[in-house]
Ligand binder design. Structure first.
Ligand SMILES: [Zn+2]
Ligand SMILES: [Zn+2]
Length: 263
């Protein structure tokens, strides 16, 4: 079987597996309780989420409360203005990023279990929700292909898998967009961003990525996928190299976004 056929076989297999896993209106992918679906008076966002998780998980879900920064999607502290302090101060190379929720509460627990507890099914559930969010968002829905932020090889080896890749794969299956994960490679061996203070992350991310196959993203709108948006430095740097290699635009979706002090 050729590679292309093998890939399409895997995709079909994946879709078969998906339908056994998460189904809106069935059981909650995170705790197994019954999902009630839309009921009562809720914000439209809560109503949307109630189709994916049970009432208990909905209760503990850290919503991104508007107003949001129009660029990075982080909740704004001040009620006036359209952009957060970081997006005003630093050049961001992605046009727009959106998150399922804030990196706290239930979402923080689920991502932690995905990364360190082997709960790959949580990655599939989150990825499926992210895909639905992409399809409903005017800017994100313009994407032509999906790309996971590449993890460093040593971290993938230590854990055995890459959570951003799982989320991206699921997003791609659900949106039926091609995955372009191999297009960007990590070329540097910088320290993990999580070990660095905020101000050092931007410098640390610079020059860490290279586009290996520019032909696959030339003229296209690329959807970047990651688990957590902390400072946005990595996301912006990958966006920068993609644009330089000919991508038309870069948009992003993440499972969770950190709230920064002082916004
Ligand atoms: Zn639940
Ligand atoms: Zn922002």
């Amino acid at each position: 079987m050729g590679w292309a056929r093998w890939q399409s076989f895997l995709t079909d297999l994946g879709e078969g597996i998906q339908s056994l896993f998460v189904s809106p209106g069935g059981t909650c992918p995170f705790c197994g309780r019954q999902i009630e679906g839309e009921a009562g008076e809720r914000s439209s966002w809560a109503a949307w989420l109630s189709e994916w998780v049970c009432p208990d998980c909905l209760e503990r879900f850290p919503f991104v409360v508007p107003p949001l920064c129009q660029q990075c999607g982080r909740p704004l502290r001040q009620t006036s203005g359209t952009h957060c302090q970081d997006c005003l101060r630093f050049r961001r190379f992605f046009s727009c990023c959106r998150a399922l929720g804030v990196y706290e509460g239930a979402l923080r627990e689920w991502i932690h279990l995905l990364k360190y507890g082997g709960r790959l099914d949580f990655g599939q559930a989150l990825g499926r929700m992210m895909a639905d969010m992409v399809q409903r968002d005017r800017q994100l829905a313009e994407a032509d292909c999906v790309l996971a932020i590449p993890a460093s090889a040593d971290r993938v080896t230590a854990r055995g898998y890459d959570q951003a890749w799982i989320l991206a794969q699921e997003c791609a299956w659900q949106t039926r967009l091609p995955v372009a994960n191999e297009v960007v490679a990590r070329v540097g061996s910088a320290a993990p961003q999580s070990l660095l203070p905020t101000h050092a992350r931007r410098r640390n991310a610079f020059g860490q990525f290279a586009v290996a196959q520019p032909g696959r993203i030339a003229g296209r709108t690329v959807l970047l996928v990651d688990d957590i948006f902390t400072t946005g430095a990595t996301l912006s740097e990958v966006s920068r190299v993609l644009l330089r290699a000919g991508a038309r635009r870069v948009v992003a979706v993440v499972a969770a976004i950190g709230v920064q002090r002082g916004d």
